[in-house]
Design a protein around this ligand. Structure first.
Ligand code: SAJ
Length: 422
C-alpha cells in the first residue's frame, strides 16, 4: 500500500520513517521545497526525533518527498501532520489543516483513508476536515474513511518513540475507526486504542498535555512560595515522591517551552467559550508558567545584590537555550524571554548550548559560546537554564564563582563557590 504523510516536521517525519520501515511505500508532502529536497537527499533535519533510518529508507526508494500534492492521487491512506498554531489572539489557526485537506479533497478517491494527527481543539475533524472532504461528492464512512489520531512525540526521549508508544484512534464511523486502527497496527508496535469518535481522541490529547501544563504550574508555584518561605522546593518534591501511589513528580523550571505544552491547553480555552465555559484553571496555570522568566530575572537581581553588583553591566552566563534537556529545539524556550528581560535591564548576556550554535529571538541573531573555564570564571553569575547532559558539571561547579541553578542540575555535585537554586 502507498501511504501519504502531509507535513514533514517533528510529527510527520518520524511517522513517515516508521511507515517506510514497516514496508509501506511512503510519499511525503510538504509545501517547503527546502524540506522536500533535504529528505530526497536522505538528510534528516530533525535530529531530536528521527533516527538514521531515514537515509536508508530514501536510498531504498521507500520514502519519496514532494511538494506536488497531485501525487495524493496515488496514495491509499494519508495522515495530516501540519502545524496548528495559536494566532496572536490565542485563537487556533487551522489554515494549514484546511489547505492540506483541500489538496487531499482534490485527489480523494473511493477507499481512501484520511487521518488528522495535528493537536487541535475537539471538533476539528468533524467540523473542519469532514466537510471539505465531502465537497468532493464522496461520502465519509462509505466512499472514504476519516479518523483523528493524536501524535505523541516526546523529543529527546530515548525510551519512547513513534513506534512503541500506544496510539489512540477515533473514527467518524465505526468502520472509519477500524480502517485507521488496521493501518496503525501494521506500522506501530505500541498498540492501538480505539475510541468512539474523533472528538474523544482530540480531547484526550489536549487533556494529556493540559495535565502536564497544570502540574508544572503547580511545581512552579511551589518554587515561588518555597523561595519566600526559605524552603528548598527540590527537597520538598523529592520527599513527596516517597509516596508510592497517588503522586507524580513535576519540577519547577525557568518557564514552559516547546510547541505543545504551553499552547495546547488554549485550544480548549478557545473552544470552551462556544459552550459558555471559562477554563479558569488552565488560564491561571498559564499565568504562573509565563511568570517564571520574570521570577528567574528577579532572583538573579537578588543574588547579584548579595555580591554588591547591579544587573546592569554584569556578565550573566546562561547555560542552555533549548526549551528542555538534550534537544536542539528552542521554540517557545523561556530562555528567549529571560535574555530579552536581562538585556532590557542592561546586562551583558552570553549563552552556551552544546546543541545550538546560533539562535534568534525573531529580531536579533545570537551566537552561543562554549562554556569554557575562562568564560565561567569571568562571569558575574552563571545560570543553568537547561540541564543538558553534555554540560561538564564538574567544570561548572569548580570554576563558576556564583551559580544559579534553575534545573537542580548540580544536585549531587560538590560546589566550590556560591550556589543558589530556584
Ligand atoms: N517542564 C518543566 N517541569 C517538568 C516537566 C517539563 O518545567 O516537570 C518543562 C520542560 O522543560 C519544557 C516544557 O515543560 O520546557 C515541556 O516539556 P515536555 O517534555 O512536557 O514537552 P515536549 O513538548 O517536549 O513534549 C511533550 C511530550 N512530553 C512528555 O510527555 C514528557 C508529550 O507531552 C507530547 O507527546 C508532546 O509534548 C506533544 O507533541 O504534544
Amino acid at each position: 500500500a502507498v501511504i501519504g504523510v502531509v507535513g514533514l516536521g517533528y510529527v510527520g517525519l518520524p511517522l513517515a520513517v516508521e511507515k517506510a520501515k514497516a514496508g509501506y511505500q511512503v510519499i511525503g508532502f510538504d509545501i517547503q521545497q527546502s524540506k522536500v529536497d533535504l529528505i530526497n537527499q536522505g538528510i534528516n533535519y530533525i535530529g531530536d526525533v528521527v533516527d538514521a533510518d531515514l537515509k536508508q529508507m530514501v536510498e531504498e526508494g521507500k520514502i519519496v518527498a514532494t511538494s506536488e500534492y497531485s501525487f495524493i492521487d496515488d496514495v491509499d491512506a494519508v495522515t495530516i501532520c501540519v502545524p496548528t498554531p495559536l494566532d496572536i489572539y490565542q485563537q487556533p489557526d487551522t489554515s494549514y489543516v484546511e489547505y492540506s485537506t483541500q489538496k487531499i479533497a482534490e485527489q480523494l478517491h473511493p477507499g481512501m483513508l484520511v487521518v488528522l494527527e495535528s493537536t487541535t481543539y475537539p471538533g476539528t475533524t468533524e467540523e473542519v476536515v469532514k466537510p471539505i472532504l465531502e465537497n468532493s461528492g464522496l461520502t465519509c464512512g462509505e466512499d472514504f474513511f476519516l479518523a483523528y489520531s493524536p501524535e505523541r512525540v516526546d523529543p529527546g526521549n530515548k525510551k519512547y518513540n513513534t513506534k512503541n508508544t500506544p496510539k489512540v484512534v477515533g473514527g467518524v464511523t465505526k468502520n472509519c475507526t477500524k480502517v485507521a486502527a488496521t493501518m496503525y497496527r501494521a506500522v506501530l508496535e505500541g498498540g492501538v486504542v480505539e475510541v468512539s469518535s474523533p472528538a474523544i481522541a482530540e480531547m484526550e490529547k489536549i487533556f494529556e498535555n493540559t495535565f502536564r501544563n497544570i502540574n508544572i504550574a503547580l511545581a512552579n508555584e511551589m518554587a515561588i512560595l518555597c523561595n519566600r518561605m526559605g524552603l528548598n522546593v527540590w527537597e520538598v518534591i523529592d520527599a513527596a515522591k516517597s509516596k508510592p501511589y497517588g503522586f507524580m513528580a513535576f519540577y519547577p523550571g525557568p518557564g514552559l517551552g516547546g510547541h505543545c505544552i504551553p499552547i495546547d491547553p488554549f485550544y480548549l480555552t478557545w473552544k470552551a467559550r462556544e459552550y459558555n465555559y471559562h477554563t479558569r484553571l488552565i488560564e491561571v496555570a498559564g499565568e504562573i508558567n509565563n511568570s517564571m522568566p520574570e521570577f528567574v530575572v528577579e532572583k538573579i537581581g537578588i543574588i547579584l545584590n548579595e555580591e554588591q553588583k547591579p544587573i546592569k553591566g554584569s556578565t550573566i552566563h546562561l547555560l542552555g537555550v533549548a526549551y528542555k534537556k538534550d534537544i536542539s529545539d528552542y521554540r517557545e524556550s523561556p530562555v528567549i524571554d529571560i535574555v530579552k528581560i536581562l538585556k532590557k535591564r542592561g546586562a551583558n548576556v552570553i549563552c552556551s548550548d552544546p546543541h545550538i550554535q546560533s539562535w534568534t529571538d525573531g529580531k536579533e541573531e545570537y551566537e552561543t559560546v562554549p562554556a569554557t573555564k575562562e568564560k565561567l570564571e569571568h562571569a558575574d553569575i552563571v545560570v543553568i537554564t537547561t540541564d543538558h547532559s553534555t554540560f561538564d558539571y564538574d567544570v561548572i561547579a569548580k570554576h563558576a564563582k556564583v551559580i544559579f541553578d534553575t534545573r537542580n542540575a548540580l544536585q549531587d555535585k560538590k560546589i566550590e563557590h556560591k550556589y543558589y537554586r530556584l
